[in-house]
Design a binder for this molecule. Structure first.
Ligand code: PLP
Length: 463
């Protein structure tokens, strides 16, 4: 399987190069040359365990030896504390799929545990090294650190905005003391951190000299690892309920998670439609209801991991939307770059996409949903999952059971839970154990030149 750019102006890449490069050289995102139709395998797949299924699905998209894929997948999900990796919990008429049983208690572990092992494996094969530089507003940083800690040939430098992540998120990062992990507390905002990252990555000479790499959500391997739970969930539930399809509700920020569902649907899985749920930062909700993708301001919410306006994976959707016409994708992206807006026509049925419906869950709806589901079903939702559950209400369908993806353990966001319920009930022993642990973190001014000096010193001293 080879990989091509959404902008059509760079050469096709192997799976290994696509994973190690992240972004295509023409600035586009990488996609498989074709998406395999798995319709004739669904019967056989429907009884596989999560890990067995992951080996099959991931194996379809890469050209690595089967035994190596098996080893990578098994090691990646052995760190999860649930036997079936992503438990499906019946709640009300539908299901919650708990994607938060990995080391950092957020769904990003599903992709980053795999990506860390994959990086290590590919670097070993090619004899290369990789220095990952990342910016995080909270969840991605700790998941990336847990993905690569202690790994050969990889170092990771994670910038977070000093004092602006939650205390728990900060401790999840800074209490990891492995030699190859460095935390940098930047005196600025998350946008400052991202700006610094962009600046050092745009200096190609610097990037090449220090073998810098990224783990952001545009990496194809992250999307691929996430396709697996849509396959698993849709096969499990259609079998259990004797129905011909399910729906998924996905709380969305960067369009990464839901795009994986879009890929699963194109592979022929029994998914009738995807429900895209946003918080007040609703650029995607506006797009799927009006066809207009227009930049807005980011406002802080109680589901902070979705406080995003420009969704970095959206270009992948546009590629399929344009039936692979890369000129059209370039025109859309250019329009968005110049004017902050791009437009897509409605289809014959009047919708923007017949298979994606959408809604927005604001602060009040989120807190009310947490309370209602706790009181009615005794189940505690984190605020991101609650955005999804609240939006899913409008799309219930007796014949198409709803699977709501749970993207974080509630204890990661206990302040929102306490505000909703009036008591601090969301706890997790792994998070409680972080207080008082030794930690390590260095301070950095919000300045790309300072980051460059820091990396130059750290990486020349390292050899
Ligand atoms: C990252 C994150 C999201 C958003 O996922 P995308 O792939 O960016 O759409 C939702 N919930 C939680 C808890 C997250 O950490």
């Amino acid at each position: 399987m080879h990989y091509v750019s959404t902008r059509g102006k760079s050469e096709r890449l192997t799976f290994a190069d696509a994973v190690l490069t992240g972004l295509a050289r023409d600035g586009g995102l990488l996609l498989p040359e074709s998406i395999p139709d798995v319709g004739d395998r669904l019967e056989a797949w429907s009884t596989l365990s999560y890990v067995e299924l992951a080996i099959e699905v991931i194996g379809l998209f890469c050209d690595l030896p089967r035994v190596d894929v098996e080893d990578l997948v098994r090691r990646s999900y052995a760190t999860f504390d649930a036997d079936d990796v992503v438990p499906l919990v019946p709640v009300g008429d539908g299901y919650i799929m708990e994607l938060f049983h990995g080391p950092t208690l957020a769904f990003k572990d599903v992709a980053l545990q795999f990506l860390g092992n994959l990086f290590e494996y590919l670097l070993e094969q090619s004899g290369q090294e990789l220095n990952i530089v990342a910016a995080t507003s909270g969840d991605t940083g700790s998941a990336a650190i847990q993905g690569v800690r202690g790994k050969e040939r990889i170092r990771i430098f994670v910038m977070h905005p000093k004092g602006r992540t939650s205390r728990t998120q900060e401790l999840q990062m800074t209490t990891v003391l492995d030699e190859n992990v460095r935390n940098l507390a930047v005196a600025g905002t998350f946008d400052d951190c991202q700006g610094m990252l962009k600046e050092i990555f745009s200096d190609l000479e610097f990037k090449d000299a220090y073998a810098l790499g990224a783990v952001n959500s545009i990496n194809w391997a992250r999307v691929l690892a996430q396709v697996v739970y849509y396959v698993y969930g849709s096969l499990r539930v259609t079998r259990e309920r004797g129905v011909d399809a399910v729906q998924f509700t996905v709380p969305t920020g960067n369009f990464g998670n839901i795009f994986a569902g879009y890929v699963a649907r194109r592979m022929g899985l029994p998914i009738s439609r995807l429900v895209l749920a946003t918080n007040e930062n609703n650029i995607l909700e506006r797009f799927f209801s009006t066809g207009e993708y227009r930049l807005g301001d980011v406002v802080p919410t109680c589901s902070p991991s979705m406080d995003i306006q420009v969704a970095s994976n959206f270009e992948r959707y546009l590629y399929y939307r344009a039936n692979g016409d890369t000129e059209q994708v370039c025109a859309w992206m250019e329009s968005f770059r110049q004017n902050g807006v791009l437009r897509v026509e409605r289809g014959p049925d009047g919708s923007i996409d017949p298979n994606i419906v959408t809604g927005c869950g604001d602060r009040q709806a989120t807190l009310e949903t947490i309370r209602r589901v706790y009181e009615t079903n005794g189940y505690l939702l984190d605020p991101h999952t609650a955005v999804g559950v609240s939006v899913s209400e409008a799309f219930q369908d007796r014949d198409r059971p709803m699977i709501c993806l749970a993207t974080a353990h509630p204890a990661k966001f206990r302040e929102a839970i306490a505000e909703s319920l009036g008591e601090d009930v969301a706890r997790h022993p792994a998070l409680d154990a972080l207080e008082g642990r030794p930690s390590r973190c260095e301070a950095l001014p919000a300045d790309a030149a300072a980051l460059k000096r820091y990396l130059t010193f750290a990486l020349s001293g390292a050899e």
